[in-house]
Design a protein around this ligand. Structure first.
Ligand code: DX5
Ligand code: ZN
Length: 218
């Protein structure tokens, strides 16, 4: 279904070759590029910051979807906007003022994404619905690629889709997406699927054809 967007996470790409990896996944037909920023504090893993995100921006022709797994987040929003993010997603759990975070993101001219950890209730998003462009439902605990899909989140996506009504809000799923789990989430109401290990497995910049097969299989 082409109205479903596939957003490969470069967390599973070759970190020494981001430019070529991005060119390969776009040539193989991905819709967005998902960029996972981790701070070793909000999540128990560390990736990269604004200079690297800025450096990869010219390689992305589609949409740069930046997922900030950092706390605090507000003081870094401007740097990621300046780095060229199209969407900046911050976690509801990252601080006490997520409403302000969403306002600040939109004020920078960037689409505002709200991420919910697996234990966070759908209802927590209720008073933010008019200020977000995307809700990211974490279907693993954030921090690592290649983890197992958490089935309880299917119900959360259904609740969110009902709460959203006719607002133009994407529901993005992040974690454990495979050809088996992805249809469960699109049936529940998701329209953007992040996939790391399932996209990059079996391929490389020298042999990117598996990336395309993997994208089409999800
Ligand atoms: C997890 C990240 C995800 C991750 C998904 O903290 O936010 O984007 O890369 O990886 P897979 O698809 O392998 O579960
Ligand atoms: Zn992510």
């Amino acid at each position: 279904d082409r109205s479903i967007k596939i957003a490969p996470s470069i967390l599973s790409a070759d970190f020494a070759n981001f430019g070529q990896e991005i060119q390969a996944i776009e040539a193989e037909g991905c819709d967005w590029v998902h960029v996972d920023v981790m701070d070793g504090h909000f999540v128990p893993n560390l990736t990269f910051g604004p200079p690297l995100v800025k450096a990869i921006r010219p390689h992305i022709k589609t949409v740069m979807d930046v997922h900030l797994m950092i706390s605090p987040v507000d003081q870094y929003l401007e740097a990621y906007a300046e780095a060229g993010a199209d969407v900046i997603t911050s976690h509801l759990e990252a601080g006490p003022h997520v409403h302000r975070t969403m306002q600040a993101t939109r004020a920078l001219g960037v689409k505002a994404g709200l991420a919910l950890n697996p234990a966070t209730r759908a209802e927590e998003a209720e008073y933010l619905l008019d200020m977000v462009d995307l809700i990211c439902v974490m279907t693993v605990n954030p921090g690592f690629g290649g983890q197992k899909f958490i089935h309880s989140q299917i119900d959360k996506v259904k609740k969110l889709r009902a709460m959203i009504g006719d607002r133009p809000i994407h529901i993005e799923i992040d974690g454990g997406m495979t050809p088996e789990t992805a249809p469960l989430m699109t049936a529940a109401g998701a329209d953007v699927l992040v996939a790391g290990s399932a996209v990059f497995k079996g391929g490389s910049v020298q042999d990117p054809a598996p990336y395309g097969e993997n994208i089409r299989a999800i």
